[in-house]
Ligand binder design. Structure first.
Ligand SMILES: NC(=O)c1ccc[n+]([C@@H]2O[C@H](COP(=O)([O-])OP(=O)(O)OC[C@H]3O[C@@H](n4cnc5c(N)ncnc54)[C@H](O)[C@@H]3O)[C@@H](O)[C@H]2O)c1
Length: 328
């Protein structure tokens, strides 16, 4: 049985990856410090013999006994609300955490795939973004803590590949959505659905002309799986190129949820990217991958999940408590 270590296992993407690798017959070791994740995302796996969980901060030395075939490094705060509130931890997990996991991969002769992001393109001046575009990032802006951590992560991953001959994979993930996202994580999709479910007005930043493109989580997981098993070491974009303006998206959510609320406008946050759309030609060619689940279907599934949450979850404003540090 192949063994895979998944960091960030209790988070949104990590938990779906655990499910997928269990389904594929792997022995899965989940690792998480629960700073933004929640054990409820993976508690259904605890009864399985081929699942283990380590409560651990990967920015500290990482030890896993025995052999390992693959490492998927997904630990990192991922939403602006999180990384703006825990900037140092975000920088550490992208840098020290990645270094620790590359070291572990080297020691175990394992292949490692690291989760990078479309944020490495910053506020792009090229549209849509191909992997060859180097980005437009403000290193000292508030979002720099995340963007630069991920850019460093890519740099050190390529250095381990070139210098140590380590088998590495880098995925640049564009906005992904689906069940197990947190309603209060500050990302636009759960924010709109949460507002609709609570009967609040839908808040659009700026004039709503900025665009995003959303990939359903099952499509992303398929892309990750294929990339891991490929032999390509350079970054690959995975996302859904179907782009929509935030104003049109608000209208879609209002229709989906049947809410009577109106759209209200607030100032655009600093360094908010105006346009985001992946060029996925490389993933198509290399992995034979493209998204299969359209927004109508993905939103239906995601809305069903959010509707099933308890009122406590729906009105929860606070994040987790971590070693005495309260993330509000
Ligand atoms: N969701 C997206 O649309 C998206 C887009 C681009 C990139 N990504 C990347 O994918 C990964 C997962 O994102 P997500 O949306 O699932 O976020 P998430 O916050 O739901 O999950 C991240 C998980 O990592 C854990 N974690 C954070 N720091 C840690 C540390 N030092 N040690 C151990 N565990 C730690 C958290 O507790 C959480 O469970 C991140 O690396 C993120 O940058 C996500």
């Amino acid at each position: 049985m192949k063994k895979v270590l998944i960091t960030g296992a209790a988070g949104f993407l990590g938990s779906h990856l655990c499910d997928r690798f269990i389904k594929e017959g792997y022995h899965v070791i989940g690792m998480d410090n629960l700073i933004t994740g929640n054990l409820s995302n993976i508690e259904h796996l605890f009864k399985l013999k081929n699942f283990e969980f380590y409560h651990h901060d990967v920015s500290k030395f990482v030890h896993v006994p025995g052999e390992l075939d693959y490492i998927l490094h997904f630990a990192s705060p991922a939403s602006p609300i999180d990384y703006l509130k825990i900037p140092i931890q975000t920088l550490k997990v992208g840098s020290l955490g990645t270094h620790n996991l590359l070291g572990l991969a080297k020691a175990k002769k394992a292949r490692i795939l690291v989760a990078s992001t479309s944020e490495v393109y910053g506020d792009p001046t090229v549209h849509p973004q191909t992997e060859g575009y180097w980005g437009n990032v403000n290193p000292i802006g508030p979002r720099g803590v995340y963007d630069e951590a991920k850019r460093f992560q890519e740099a050190i991953t390529m250095a381990y590949h070139r210098y140590h001959g380590l088998e590495t994979r880098i995925i640049r993930i564009f906005n992904t959505y689906g069940p197990r996202m947190r309603l209060n994580d500050g990302r636009v999709l759960p924010a709109f659905i949460g507002q609709a479910l609570r009967g609040e007005d839908i808040t659009v930043f700026g004039d709503g002309s900025q665009t995003r493109s959303f990939c359903y989580v099952d499509d992303l997981v398929e892309g990750i799986y294929r990339l891991l098993l490929s032999d390509f070491a350079e970054p690959v974009n995975i996302g859904n190129p179907d782009e929509i303006s935030m104003l049109d998206f608000a209208a879609e959510i209002i229709k989906l949820t049947g809410t009577n609320q109106k759209v209200v406008f607030e100032p655009l946050p600093k360094d908010d990217p105006k346009q985001r759309q992946p060029d996925i030609s490389l993933a198509r060619k290399l992995l034979g991958w493209e998204p299969k689940i359209d927004r109508a279907e993905g939103l239906k599934r995601t809305y069903a999940y959010f509707k099933s949450l308890s009122p406590d979850e729906l009105y929860k404003k606070e994040h987790n408590t971590f070693e005495g540090y309260i993330v509000k």
